[in-house]
Design a protein around this ligand. Structure first.
Ligand code: C2E
Ligand code: MG
Ligand code: MG
Length: 591
């Protein structure tokens, strides 16, 4: 009788766990078995558990799974409960959770316990889940455990998003004022410890309100997004860029060895905005004014620094916009030389003081002009003409080479267009491109858009690039040049022989002409023989690589005779003509 009672107890327990729906009681010999069905009694709970979206499982006290609902199967990437029934709870979690799970299971006394664990989903990816365990108590004894497993992935994502929104600007995704304040506090604490300084740059777009009002808010928003990207490109990873208001951005420079170093970043920022932004094919000119405050000089906390930087930015606007100003007068005077040169350069760009001169390129075989090089000159309003040797290096250092190069390209393309309209015989004109310009992401797009705008075909415009300059920049500029070459622009390797040419590298460079540096024409007479050996080697190299070879700086008939004998195909130099302004060059062409 006891055995029967025990069997009945087992059967009832199976019913309680949901792993059985009915109990079959066999009668005396010869009598039909009696089936006691509890199906209907269980049904509402069954439906409830089977349709809930949380995973649920009934466990024995030692965590063997007796029943699992479909949601749990889904969560674990299983197709049917049969795949997990019989397993231990910790078997369905990744191995690294086993220890923590055992501890949690051991802590189930007569109360509910919960903890977060990672489950493995169908794709084998870890996903966070909340596991709660409740004891099943019968007459004071724990006869099993109910496990509830909730996938918390979406909840976590939502929480992270809320966290992000609390600290970031929704339009640009940049840190907002509160995150900036926090980072600034940390930077100040760090600077105090290490005895360094902190820079806070207050950046405001000039005339943004007008642009926003005339072009509309959609364009306005897109300008702010482009501004964020442009600013991000000017700073280091450890700096923080934040947007704190409509068109107000802040750059935080932590751990500056010297506060005046902030001017390097400020100058890069102001200069980057001299290149127009493009929006849906339209060029938008928008400059920036920057105010700089330095910890500890201009404030001891974020709010003081912000106030000082804001006031300095206001001064920058007052002084004519598109510039930076330090909050402290001493710092401004310390930088005055560099600042003045740069500022007058920026003004020269804005007032179009740069002009193109043209120097003919001559065929040695025929003595006829076969092209010309466009060379920039800075023509000041008082008429003084400044040679590029005096400003190209500064322009390259400050990033101003980019807007300058773009202006030159426009001038040259527009000139070619005019010569064509006037039926003046035209030749390919070459423009000098600094490898620094090739760093700009939109270099190719801008180059091709400009040539198309003025109806200049690729064969009419060639590119000169200094060899040593190019080699320092790595592979990206080479790919860009190759792209222009594929369109049909010829590439001239300028000032060849002055850098430390890596000869193995030469064959990989995309170019059509070697232009030997003018230094080879300027040497002492006792060096003549050696120089000639080098020139012979360069001509042989060019011919072997099937490139055109030319030389610049030819000033005398003797020099011309020598380069002719050595096998050069073209030359450029004062012997034929100095670089000429547009009008003089036109006269030379129509002679
Ligand atoms: P480069 O491209 O090698 O230009 C040749 C330079 O040699 C020019 O100097 C030209 O005036 C000078 N030159 C030509 N023939 C003779 C000669 O017979 N004797 C002497 N003594 N000099 C001669 P420039 O115009 O002063 O330009 C200097 C450099 O500045 C250029 O060297 C080029 O690297 C750079 N540059 C000029 N215009 C631009 C420009 O628009 N963009 C960039 N990125 N660089 C430019
Ligand atoms: Mg050149
Ligand atoms: Mg040259």
């Amino acid at each position: 009788m006891n055995t029967r009672l025990h069997e009945l107890e087992e059967a009832l327990r199976a019913l309680a766990y949901g792993s059985a729906d009915a109990v079959v009681i066999t009668g005396e010999a010869g009598e039909p078995p009696q089936i006691i069905s509890f199906e209907n009694a269980n049904l509402p709970y069954r439906i409830l558990i089977d349709t809930m979206s949380e995973g649920a499982a009934a466990l024995t006290p030692d965590s063997e799974i007796l029943y699992a609902n479909p949601a749990l199967c889904h969560l674990l990437g299983k197709t049917s409960p049969a795949e997990i029934v019989g397993m231990k709870l910790y078997d369905i979690f990744p191995d690294q959770c086993a220890g923590a799970l055992r501890t949690l299971l051991a802590s189930v006394g007569n109360k509910k316990v919960a903890a977060e664990f990672d489950c493995l989903d169908q794709g084998g990816e870890l996903q966070p889940a909340m596991l709660s365990l409740s004891p099943i108590i019968n007459r004071g004894n724990t006869i099993g455990v109910m496990a509830l497993i909730v996938d918390t992935t979406e909840h976590k994502k939502a929480m992270q998003h809320i966290q992000f929104l609390a600290h970031h600007d929704p339009l640009t995704g940049l840190p907002n004022r509160s995150l900036l304040a926090d980072r600034c506090k940390q930077a100040i604490a760090e600077a105090r410890r290490r005895n360094t300084q902190v820079g806070l740059l207050f950046i405001d777009l000039d005339r943004f309100k007008t642009v926003n009002d005339t072009l509309g808010h959609i364009v306005g928003d897109s300008i702010l997004e482009s501004t964020a990207r442009k600013l991000q490109n000017q700073i280091r990873q450890e700096d923080t860029l934040a947007r704190i208001g409509g068109d107000e951005f802040i750059v935080l420079l932590p751990a500056l060895p010297d506060g005046k170093d902030a001017s390097v970043v400020a100058s890069k920022i102001v200069n980057a905005f001299l290149t127009p932004m493009s929006n849906a094919g339209q060029e938008i000119h928008i400059s920036t004014s920057v105010g700089i405050a330095i910890y500890p000089e201009n404030g001891n906390d974020f709010f003081e620094l912000l106030k000082s930087a804001d006031a300095a930015m206001y001064q920058a606007k007052k002084q004519g916009k598109s510039r930076y100003v330090f909050a402290s007068a001493e710092m401004n005077s310390l930088l005055s030389y560099q600042f003045t040169v740069e500022q007058s350069f920026r003004d020269a760009l804005l007032h179009h003081e740069f002009v193109a001169y043209y120097q003919p390129r001559v065929s040695i075989a025929t003595g006829k002009i076969i092209g010309a090089e466009a060379l920039v000159r800075w023509k000041k309003h008082d008429g003084e003409i400044i040679s590029p040797a005096n400003f190209i290096p500064i322009a390259e250092e400050t990033g101003l080479i980019d807007p300058l190069g773009r202006q030159m390209l426009e001038m040259v393309c527009s000139q070619i267009q005019q010569w064509k309209l006037l039926n003046i015989p035209i030749f390919p004109i070459s423009v000098n491109v600094s490898a620094v310009q090739l760093r700009a992401d939109d270099f190719i797009a801008h180059f091709t858009a400009t040539t198309q705008q003025y109806g200049v075909s690729p064969t009419e415009l060639e590119i000169e690039i200094t060899e040593s300059n190019l080699i320092q920049e790595g592979i990206t500029p080479l790919l860009k040049l190759e792209e222009l070459r594929k369109i049909g622009h010829r590439i001239l390797l300028d000032d060849f022989g002055t850098g430390f040419s890596s000869l193995s590298y030469i064959s990989k460079l995309p170019f059509d002409t070697i232009k030997v540096a003018q230094e080879f024409m300027r040497h002492q007479s006792h060096e003549q023989q050696q120089i000639e050996f080098i020139l012979i080697a360069i001509v042989a190299l060019a011919k072997g690589l099937q490139k055109t070879v030319m030389v610049e700086g030819v000033e005398t008939i003797d020099q011309l005779n020598i380069v002719t004998q050595l096998g050069f195909e073209e030359y450029q130099g004062y012997f034929f003509s100095k670089p000429l302004c547009k009008d003089s060059f036109e006269k030379l062409l129509t002679l």
